[in-house]
Design a protein around this ligand. Sequence first.
Ligand SMILES: [Zn+2]
Length: 169
Amino acid sequence: MNTEQKFWSRTEWRGECLEFQGATVEGYGVFRFHSQSWKAHRLAWTFTHGQIPSGVCVCHHCDNRKCVNLAHLFLGTPADNSADMVAKGRSKACRAYVPDVRGHANGRSRLTPEQVMQIRTEHRTCKIIAEEMRVSRTCVERCRAQKTYTREAAEAAVEEDNALPTDPE
Ligand SMILES: [Zn+2]
Protein backbone atom coordinates (compact mmCIF):
# COMPACT_ATOMS: atom_id res chain seq x y z
CA MET A 1 0.00 0.00 0.00
CA ASN A 2 1.49 3.36 -0.91
CA THR A 3 1.13 6.44 1.24
CA GLU A 4 -1.85 7.72 -0.66
CA GLN A 5 -3.70 4.42 -0.34
CA LYS A 6 -2.82 4.33 3.34
CA PHE A 7 -4.27 7.80 3.71
CA TRP A 8 -7.58 6.93 2.08
CA SER A 9 -7.80 3.67 4.05
CA ARG A 10 -7.98 5.79 7.19
CA THR A 11 -11.17 7.54 6.17
CA GLU A 12 -14.75 6.62 6.92
CA TRP A 13 -18.07 7.89 5.62
CA ARG A 14 -20.20 9.78 8.12
CA GLY A 15 -23.27 10.79 6.22
CA GLU A 16 -22.13 13.00 3.36
CA CYS A 17 -18.74 13.58 4.92
CA LEU A 18 -15.67 11.42 4.52
CA GLU A 19 -13.95 11.74 7.86
CA PHE A 20 -10.29 11.17 8.48
CA GLN A 21 -9.91 8.69 11.34
CA GLY A 22 -6.36 9.38 12.48
CA ALA A 23 -4.93 11.96 14.82
CA THR A 24 -6.35 15.45 14.88
CA VAL A 25 -5.02 18.87 15.75
CA GLU A 26 -7.56 21.57 16.48
CA GLY A 27 -10.20 19.32 14.93
CA TYR A 28 -8.33 18.82 11.67
CA GLY A 29 -7.10 15.38 10.73
CA VAL A 30 -3.33 15.23 10.49
CA PHE A 31 -1.19 12.84 8.51
CA ARG A 32 2.56 12.58 7.98
CA PHE A 33 3.67 12.76 4.38
CA HIS A 34 7.23 13.30 3.17
CA SER A 35 8.37 13.86 6.77
CA GLN A 36 5.95 16.70 7.23
CA SER A 37 2.73 16.99 9.16
CA TRP A 38 -0.14 17.76 6.80
CA LYS A 39 -3.70 18.64 7.52
CA ALA A 40 -5.69 15.73 6.12
CA HIS A 41 -8.02 17.79 3.95
CA ARG A 42 -5.10 19.66 2.38
CA LEU A 43 -3.39 16.37 1.63
CA ALA A 44 -6.59 14.94 0.14
CA TRP A 45 -6.73 17.94 -2.16
CA THR A 46 -3.06 17.61 -3.08
CA PHE A 47 -3.33 13.90 -3.89
CA THR A 48 -6.24 14.61 -6.21
CA HIS A 49 -5.55 17.99 -7.77
CA GLY A 50 -1.84 18.45 -7.29
CA GLN A 51 -0.01 21.14 -5.42
CA ILE A 52 -2.07 23.76 -3.62
CA PRO A 53 -1.09 27.19 -4.92
CA SER A 54 1.06 29.07 -2.48
CA GLY A 55 -0.89 31.01 0.10
CA VAL A 56 -4.24 29.46 -0.79
CA CYS A 57 -6.40 27.70 1.79
CA VAL A 58 -8.42 24.55 1.32
CA CYS A 59 -11.76 25.27 2.96
CA HIS A 60 -14.76 23.17 3.95
CA HIS A 61 -18.26 23.72 2.64
CA CYS A 62 -19.46 21.36 5.37
CA ASP A 63 -17.70 22.93 8.37
CA ASN A 64 -16.46 19.47 9.31
CA ARG A 65 -12.74 19.84 9.83
CA LYS A 66 -12.12 16.11 9.71
CA CYS A 67 -13.85 15.83 6.36
CA VAL A 68 -11.73 14.97 3.32
CA ASN A 69 -14.62 14.57 0.87
CA LEU A 70 -13.34 16.42 -2.18
CA ALA A 71 -16.86 17.51 -3.01
CA HIS A 72 -16.89 19.41 0.28
CA LEU A 73 -13.55 21.13 -0.23
CA PHE A 74 -12.84 24.30 -2.11
CA LEU A 75 -9.91 26.63 -2.49
CA GLY A 76 -10.21 29.89 -0.66
CA THR A 77 -8.13 32.98 -1.13
CA PRO A 78 -6.57 34.11 2.08
CA ALA A 79 -7.06 37.58 3.21
CA ASP A 80 -4.09 39.50 4.26
CA ASN A 81 -1.97 39.68 1.12
CA SER A 82 -4.34 41.64 -1.03
CA ALA A 83 -5.82 45.07 -0.53
CA ASP A 84 -8.67 44.05 -2.78
CA MET A 85 -9.54 41.19 -0.50
CA VAL A 86 -9.38 43.41 2.53
CA ALA A 87 -11.72 45.83 0.81
CA LYS A 88 -14.10 42.96 0.15
CA GLY A 89 -14.04 41.92 3.76
CA ARG A 90 -11.86 38.87 3.43
CA SER A 91 -9.55 40.17 6.07
CA LYS A 92 -8.81 38.87 9.48
CA ALA A 93 -9.90 42.20 10.91
CA CYS A 94 -13.09 40.80 12.34
CA ARG A 95 -11.75 39.10 15.38
CA ALA A 96 -14.16 38.61 18.16
CA TYR A 97 -12.87 39.47 21.53
CA VAL A 98 -13.50 37.98 24.91
CA PRO A 99 -13.05 40.49 27.69
CA ASP A 100 -10.81 39.36 30.49
CA VAL A 101 -11.54 40.22 34.10
CA ARG A 102 -10.52 43.83 33.52
CA GLY A 103 -12.66 44.06 30.42
CA HIS A 104 -9.78 44.09 27.97
CA ALA A 105 -9.83 42.20 24.74
CA ASN A 106 -7.50 39.26 24.53
CA GLY A 107 -8.07 38.99 20.80
CA ARG A 108 -7.80 35.23 20.77
CA SER A 109 -11.27 34.10 19.91
CA ARG A 110 -13.02 35.34 16.81
CA LEU A 111 -16.20 35.19 14.86
CA THR A 112 -17.28 31.95 13.28
CA PRO A 113 -18.58 31.94 9.70
CA GLU A 114 -22.04 31.35 11.17
CA GLN A 115 -21.76 34.47 13.31
CA VAL A 116 -20.54 36.52 10.38
CA MET A 117 -23.48 35.40 8.30
CA GLN A 118 -25.85 36.05 11.18
CA ILE A 119 -24.52 39.58 11.51
CA ARG A 120 -24.97 40.11 7.80
CA THR A 121 -28.60 38.96 7.83
CA GLU A 122 -29.80 40.20 11.23
CA HIS A 123 -31.97 43.26 11.61
CA ARG A 124 -31.16 44.02 15.21
CA THR A 125 -28.74 46.79 16.06
CA CYS A 126 -24.99 46.19 15.97
CA LYS A 127 -24.77 47.04 19.66
CA ILE A 128 -27.24 44.34 20.69
CA ILE A 129 -25.62 41.71 18.48
CA ALA A 130 -22.16 42.66 19.71
CA GLU A 131 -23.23 42.22 23.31
CA GLU A 132 -24.84 38.89 22.58
CA MET A 133 -21.79 37.56 20.72
CA ARG A 134 -19.36 39.18 23.15
CA VAL A 135 -17.49 40.97 20.41
CA SER A 136 -16.82 44.65 19.84
CA ARG A 137 -19.49 46.76 18.19
CA THR A 138 -16.91 47.95 15.66
CA CYS A 139 -16.38 44.38 14.58
CA VAL A 140 -20.10 43.84 14.05
CA GLU A 141 -20.41 47.12 12.16
CA ARG A 142 -17.49 46.19 9.95
CA CYS A 143 -18.91 42.78 9.14
CA ARG A 144 -22.29 44.27 8.36
CA ALA A 145 -20.81 46.95 6.13
CA GLN A 146 -19.07 44.35 4.02
CA LYS A 147 -21.72 43.42 1.54
CA THR A 148 -19.47 40.87 -0.08
CA TYR A 149 -18.64 39.12 3.16
CA THR A 150 -19.98 35.83 1.88
CA ARG A 151 -20.04 32.55 3.69
CA GLU A 152 -17.07 31.41 1.64
CA ALA A 153 -15.08 34.49 2.52
CA ALA A 154 -15.93 34.01 6.17
CA GLU A 155 -14.86 30.39 6.05
CA ALA A 156 -11.67 31.26 4.24
CA ALA A 157 -10.77 33.80 6.89
CA VAL A 158 -11.51 31.40 9.73
CA GLU A 159 -9.74 28.57 7.96
CA GLU A 160 -6.67 30.65 7.44
CA ASP A 161 -6.59 31.61 11.06
CA ASN A 162 -6.58 27.95 11.94
CA ALA A 163 -3.64 27.03 9.74
CA LEU A 164 -1.09 24.87 11.46
CA PRO A 165 2.40 26.28 11.64
CA THR A 166 3.83 22.97 10.41
CA ASP A 167 1.58 22.89 7.37
CA PRO A 168 3.61 23.15 4.18
CA GLU A 169 2.50 25.80 1.79
ZN1 LIG B 1 -17.82 17.17 4.59
